[in-house]
Structure formats: structure tokens, C-alpha cells
Write a protein that binds this ligand. Structure first.
Ligand code: HEC
Length: 153
């Protein structure tokens, strides 16, 4: 009996794997991947929490420019606008900094991490950030990515 149920579950898993392979689109930042999320938490604590907050709450009054004219670090929780961006854009902003994604001569306090973190570390930190979001926020970001994929076609 138990045996039969197990093999039934197995068929479901196998089907899920084929479905992923067929789409060719397994997420590189996967909030359901516990090992990747744990790696991401370590990366976040060591590299991001000092500015973006231990609870991803961002810096105080993050919408108001500092005396330098630059913006404070926004939250990565659902109150910020991280979820307005695709995984690919978040990856690039983390790896390359804000300048490539901003108007000419834009100055930002967000460091580029390309010389300090591996690509795997950057995908992991994004998986961690996404793992803290409730389902509705993840779905809202997924909708942004679906929209971008449609626009590329
Ligand atoms: C020295 C402070 C500092 C550190 C450390 C830092 N950030 Fe930032 N980050 C910022 C600031 C400031 C901004 C806003 C920049 C702007 O808009 O000009 C920002 C913006 C971002 C954005 C864009 C968010 C959006 O909604 O537009 C992402 C993504 C991001 N940071 C990810 C990270 C990650 C991941 C780490 C750790 C690997 C990290 N940051 C570490 C200061 C920091």
C-alpha cells in the first residue's frame, strides 16, 4: 500500500522535472531551494544587511535623498520596489551596480559586487530575498517577469 503511494508520488516528481526541463526555465534564484536560500542568507548577512537592514527593512526615510543627493538603501521586503524588477535585472544591479541601469552621470551608494561575489552567490542572495516574500509578492514579481518575456518576443 505504502509502496504504491510512494511510486505515485514519484511519478508526480518526475513529471514536474520534465515540465521544468521542457520550459528550459528553472529559476536561477529559487526561493524553494533550501540549500540555495541558506547560502543566500550567509551572503546577505555578510554583504547586504549593513545597508539594506537585517530584516530587509532598508535605511530610514529611504525615499528621501541624502545631503549628498544620493538615495538611501531601499528595503528588499515587500514595502520596497525590489519585487518590481525581474531576477535578471536584480542580478545585474547587484553584480554591476546601479550606474549601467541609470541615466548618465548617475551617482549611487549601491556597490557593484562583481569583484567580490560569484554569480552563484548573487543568485543565492536573490533566492534568499525572494524566500522572505509572501506568496502575493512573489506572484507580483512573477507577473513582471512574464510581462518582460512577452515584450521580448
Ligand atoms: C553600502 C551600502 C549598500 C550595500 C552594502 C548594499 N547595497 Fe544595495 N543599494 C544601496 C543603495 C544606496 C541603493 C539605492 C541606489 C540607488 O537607487 O541609487 C541600493 C539598491 C539596491 C538594489 C536596487 C533595488 C531597487 O528596487 O531598485 C538592489 C537589487 C540591491 N541594492 C541589492 C543589494 C544586494 C543583493 C546587496 C548585498 C550583496 C546590497 N545591495 C548591498 C546600498 C547598498
Amino acid at each position: 500500500m505504502t509502496q504504491r503511494r510512494r511510486s505515485g508520488e514519484c511519478a508526480v516528481y518526475v513529471a514536474a522535472i520534465f515540465a521544468l526541463a521542457a520550459c528550459g526555465d528553472a529559476p536561477k534564484a529559487d526561493p524553494e531551494n533550501a540549500a540555495q536560500v541558506a547560502q543566500g542568507l550567509r551572503v546577505y548577512t555578510a554583504n547586504c544587511a549593513s545597508c539594506h537592514g537585517v530584516k530587509l527593512e532598508g535605511q530610514p526615510n529611504w525615499r528621501d535623498r541624502l545631503a549628498t543627493g544620493r538615495l538611501p538603501a531601499p528595503p528588499h521586503d515587500p514595502s520596497g520596489h525590489t519585487w518590481h524588477h525581474s531576477d535578471a535585472l536584480l542580478f545585474s544591479m547587484t553584480k554591476n551596480g546601479m550606474e549601467p541601469h541609470a541615466p548618465p552621470n548617475y551617482n549611487s551608494d549601491m556597490p557593484a559586487f562583481g569583484d567580490r561575489l560569484s554569480d552563484a552567490d548573487i543568485w543565492a542572495v536573490l533566492a534568499y530575498i525572494k524566500s522572505t516574500w509572501p506568496e502575493e509578492t512573489r506572484e507580483a514579481q512573477a507577473a513582471v517577469m512574464r510581462e518582460e518575456a512577452r515584450a521580448r518576443k
